[in-house]
Each structure stands twice: as structure tokens, then as C-alpha cells.
Design a protein around this ligand. Structure first.
Ligand code: LMR
Length: 320
């Protein structure tokens, strides 16, 4: 069986980590694309040399030409600029929108059948623009955010309760911004919902509230520590989990930014909700029941994403 082809658009820290993880998991041959000459080639050669120690078979190639991503099965987009301390993700809107235009056209012309995962910020509106610029079907263009945000929520819960991360499940919905909506009611330890764990005294309500806020600030916390860029290990791991679910038809149910068309009362925009990812891309959007507070939080988050979509439409009227 021919190996799958995974194209990584952007050869920075996330791109390199994605390539390494894709190799270690033997998901397929990897092409790292970047406009900087030498950078993707250098990373690809370094990674190829590491493969002989670890013993994985995956060709690693660096590219400066979109023609080299031809017929990729999966494309993961990290191209663009990360934020610096003091900036919000939304401050990247104008600069990264231009990048999404050239990336979208490169994908449209060379890998129109790919499953595309976008990581570039501000995520929900960038993935929306990427889908428009590429013209690929919306069920094949998704944003990585909920998996990352849920991973952070999960870690903080596990640490607070002193339990294995293996037994914790956590869900975060909404946009990948300050208004994201961590959902304790849908988060569990070994199947026990977090609100019950509060009643049982495993975690105090004020600690839970702090963890919810820390999850919302999760990206900024790392930006503040790194000072020169943003997180890369966890975002890359999250995107690879999504790519793997597609490539292996694992049919995982995970929170991702997808285009909603009536679900959750939202239309024509991307927001994070639980979706099933299988060999056809997004195969199902799952509508969970939200109580009044959760719904208000979700609507607030949707309104924030809508504001960014409107801003993008004003910058580039070609976006419908
Ligand atoms: C993250 O959540 O780590 C990313 O969105 C990067 C950022 O700027 O926070």
C-alpha cells in the first residue's frame, strides 16, 4: 500500500514538531513547506536522520514550492505569525489573513482532495478564510482548537485532583479565544462528572473556577513564559490526533472548529463543537444539550468570532 502524504505548511516550531510526531507515528511521508529557503530542507534532513535512530520509515522533504505538496492526503497549516506577550490572538488577524490567502490558493491548486487542519490564529476566522480561499468542501477543512483547549483543561483537572490524565476527559466548546467555554458538566474523571466530584469534595468550586479561567488563558500563559512565540508541543499533538483519526478512519469524537450550518443556531461560520472525524473528514457534528449558563457562554463566544468574521470581510470583500 502506498504511503500517505502529509504536507505541513509552515516550517516553524509547530511544523517541526508535527513532522516529528507524524514520523514517529508512521502516518506517512512528510513534506515541510516554508517560504524561507533552507529552513524546511534543514529540518527535513535533521528529522530524516533521527528516523534511523528511532526506526521509523517516513520520507522527510523540505519544500519552497507549493507544487511539492501535490496530492497530499493531509495538509496542516501553521503558516503565519505567532503572538508575542501583551498581544491577543485577534491582533494577528490582518497579517495572517494575507498568509491564508496564498496558502489557500496553494492548497486549491495542488492538494484539492486533502483533509486540511488549520492551526493559524485567530483560529476560527482563519480556518473560515482558508476554506473560502481554498474552495475545498467545508467537511474537509477544520480548525484545531478544542482538542488543545480540552487538553489543557484535562491537565489542570488531573493535577488538581491528583489523578492520572488517562482517566480525565474534558470538553471545551466555542471559539479559540478568551471567550472559549470549558464545560465541567461534560468533563469527567473515570466517568464521574466534575460537578459530582465537587460535591464529593475532590475539588473545590473556587479551584474549579480558577482552572476554567486558566484554561481560557492557557495560550497566553505559555506566550508569557516563552516571550518569543507561542505553544507548539500541545498544538502539534492535538493536530496530529485529528490527522490520525482521518487517515486511519478512527472515527474519534473531538472538539474542533468546523463550519456550522444551523447547528447550535449558528450558520456560515466556524466555531468549536464536538465532531466525528473519519475517512470522509467531518462525518458528524454533535449537538449537545446546553443549560442556560452554558448557552449564554457559547453565544458570547460565537458573537466574538462573528465580530472577527465581519472584520475580515471588511478587509477582503472577496470573502462572502
Ligand atoms: C495556543 O492556544 O497556544 C495558541 O492559540 C497560540 C496562542 O497564541 O495562544
Amino acid at each position: 500500500m502506498a504511503r500517505k502524504k502529509i504536507a505541513l505548511i509552515g516550517g516553524g516550531q509547530i511544523g517541526g514538531t508535527l513532522a516529528h510526531l507524524a514520523g514517529l507515528k508512521e502516518l506517512g511521508d512528510v513534506v515541510i513547506f516554508d517560504i524561507a529557503e533552507g529552513l524546511p530542507q534543514g529540518k527535513a534532513l535533521d528529522l530524516a536522520q533521527s528516523s534511523t535512530v528511532e526506526g521509523y520509515d517516513a520520507a522527510m522533504t523540505g519544500a519552497n514550492d507549493y507544487a511539492d505538496i501535490k496530492d497530499a492526503d493531509v495538509v496542516i497549516v501553521t503558516a503565519g505569525v505567532p503572538r508575542k506577550p501583551g498581544m491577543s490572538r485577534d491582533d494577528l488577524l490582518g497579517i495572517n489573513l494575507k498568509v491564508m490567502k496564498s496558502v489557500g490558493e496553494g492548497i486549491r491548486d495542488n492538494a484539492p482532495n486533502a483533509f486540511v487542519i488549520c492551526i493559524t490564529n485567530p483560529l476560527d476566522v482563519m480556518v473560515w478564510a482558508l476554506q473560502q480561499f481554498s474552495g475545498l468542501p467545508a467537511n474537509k477543512v477544520v480548525g484545531m482548537a478544542g482538542v488543545l483547549d480540552s487538553a489543557r483543561f484535562k491537565l489542570f483537572l488531573a493535577e488538581e485532583m491528583n489523578v492520572s490524565v488517562e482517566d480525565v476527559n474534558a470538553f471545551v466548546l466555542g471559539g479559540h479565544g478568551d471567550t472559549m467555554v470549558p464545560l465541567p458538566r461534560y468533563s469527567t474523571v473515570a466517568g464521574i462528572p466534575v460537578p459530582d466530584l465537587v460535591k464529593m469534595g475532590w475539588i473545590e468550586q473556587d479551584k474549579l473556577d480558577q482552572i476554567i479561567q486558566r484554561t481560557r488563558d492557557g495560550g497566553a500563559e505559555i506566550v508569557g513564559l516563552l516571550k518569543t512565540g507561542s505553544a507548539y508541543y500541545a498544538p502539534a499533538t492535538a493536530a496530529i490526533a485529528m490527522a490520525e483519526s482521518y487517515l486511519k478512519d478512527k472515527r474519534r469524537l473531538m472538539p474542533c472548529a468546523v463550519e456550522l450550518n444551523g447547528e447550535y443556531g449558528v450558520s456560515g461560520m466556524y466555531v468549536g463543537v464536538p465532531v466525528l472525524i473519519g475517512e470522509n473528514g467531518v462525518e458528524k457534528i454533535v449537538e449537545i444539550e446546553l443549560n442556560d449558563d452554558e448557552k449564554a457562554g457559547f453565544d458570547h463566544s460565537v458573537a466574538a468570532v462573528q465580530g472577527l468574521v465581519d472584520a475580515v470581510k471588511a478587509i477582503d470583500p472577496s470573502l462572502a
